[in-house]
Write a protein that binds this ligand. Structure first.
Ligand code: SAM
Length: 395
């Protein structure tokens, strides 16, 4: 039995599919689920029983790193079969979502204007903002237009595509409101820092505010800010938050050049940002996050896991997206030690990385402390398991 996926929550701006569009998105997500439940888990068996013995016969030794496993598996017809399906489903997903959003773009733009007319939060766009080159260079995870594309003064298209599309991309794992990652973030922060009472919170790489809203709900007296790079995404996120009654301040700003004073925030977070960020920018970003964290404040992040301790086949599965899903920085990120990364950013004490989380297909996270307790969920489709890492800034 495959898991049943709910539809995303139909707030005012949500693109709503017609019958045929829904049939297409349903087909795509069902085939994705079939692949992750019934194909990917067999890849390890193919590796052990067919590919590895072949490699040993030809080379007189076992594969020594995940690149060798990568080349070996991508030569095998079974891996080629599921890999082709995975790439095709990704393209089909965005194609369908682009059509759904485009067909009703006038309505969504009108809803965005209506909902932003008397805001409780705010939107600050920067007409002189220069999109980082590494963002412009690629349509990340094969999403046409990436996060950056903005076509007009009222444009909200990329936000609309992300809202429905990324929900199905994750096979419902983010939850109907996209709240899953933010909710898990709150659980991790409250567990590790129960005394933290943040007055100001910053979500770096907030996109349309999925991960930002749970922070506001958990700390309702805090001022909550989200920064990201795309005007259309932020415009959509702002209007979406207004329609849901969430007071969030959105700003167009790069995480590697945060225009706030030193120590301005007591809690600085990011969710799923570093793996989509160039090597240079990620290092600058964590240093900036350190700078704007108040003394005694907390910086907490989640992202796809560090892969260094997985077996070579699991590393190959974990890194598939880097080669076939337009995620050029993914591989570098899975190879980085998080303690070293945080320390290089300036967090020189109390660095923690003891929480991991798995999601179900309704956005519920299960937090746990042993990353290797079960078959790695990345082997079932790349974006299941997340890893938390953070630190308290020295007081
Ligand atoms: C996978 S999305 C995660 C979004 C959000 N945290 C969530 O959970 O829905 C990564 C986000 O990081 C943003 N991002 C990438 N580079 C950035 C940068 N230099 N500054 C700010 N945001 C950035 C992208 O635009 C994108 O919205």
């Amino acid at each position: 039995m495959l898991p049943v996926i709910d539809q995303p929550f139909p707030h005012d701006l949500m693109p709503i599919p017609d019958h045929d569009e829904h049939a297409r998105e349903d087909f795509t997500v069902t085939l994705k689920l079939y692949a992750s439940e019934h194909l990917y888990p067999y890849d390890e068996i193919v590796y052990e029983k067919r590919a590895k013995p072949k490699f040993i016969k030809e080379n007189g030794r076992e594969p020594e790193n995940c690149d060798e496993v990568h080349h070996l598996m991508m030569d095998d017809p079974f891996t080629q079969f599921w890999s082709g399906i995975a790439r095709n489903m990704q393209e089909s997903l965005w194609d369908t979502q682009g059509r759904i959003a485009e067909r009703q773009l006038d309505r969504i733009e009108a809803e965005a204007k209506k909902n932003s007319a008397e805001p409780i939060g705010s939107l600050t766009l920067d007409p002189d903002f220069k999109t980082p080159a590494y963002i412009e260079a690629v349509d990340i995870h094969a999403m046409p237009g990436g996060y950056q594309t903005t076509l007009s003064e009222d444009d909200v298209f990329q936000g609309a595509v992300y809202d429905r599309g990324a929900y199905y991309y994750t096979k419902g794992m983010v939850g109907r409101h996209g709240q899953g990652g933010g909710t898990a973030m709150v659980m991790a922060v409250k567990d590790l820092y129960p005394d933290l009472k943040p007055k100001r919170i910053l979500d770096v790489g907030c996109a349309i505010g999925w991960s930002t809203a749970p922070l506001l709900h958990a700390y309702p007296n805090a001022e909550v800010y989200g920064i990201d790079i795309g005007a259309a995404i932020l415009r959509y996120g702002h209007a979406r938050s207004e329609s849901l009654g969430d007071k969030i301040h959105y700003l167009q700003m790069s995480g590697d050049d945060i225009n706030f004073p030193d120590g301005y925030f007591d809690l600085v977070v990011s969710g799923g940002v570093f793996h989509e960020t160039s090597n240079k920018a990620a290092k600058k970003m964590i240093a900036e996050m350190h700078r704007v964290t108040s003394p005694g404040g907390v910086c907490m992040n989640y992202d796809i896991p560090y892969g260094g301790a997985y077996n070579l086949h699991a590393q190959f599965m974990l890194n598939w997206d880097c080669y076939y899903n337009a995620e050029p920085f993914w591989r570098q990120w899975t190879g980085w030690d998080r303690t070293e990364f945080m320390a290089n950013g300036g967090f020189d004490q109390d660095i923690v990385q003891e929480w991991w989380a798995d999601r179900d297909h309704h956005g519920n996270f299960k937090l746990f402390k042993d990353p290797f307790d079960d078959l790695h969920t990345s082997a079932r489709g790349g974006i299941g398991r997340v890893h938390f890492f953070g630190a308290k800034k020295a007081a």
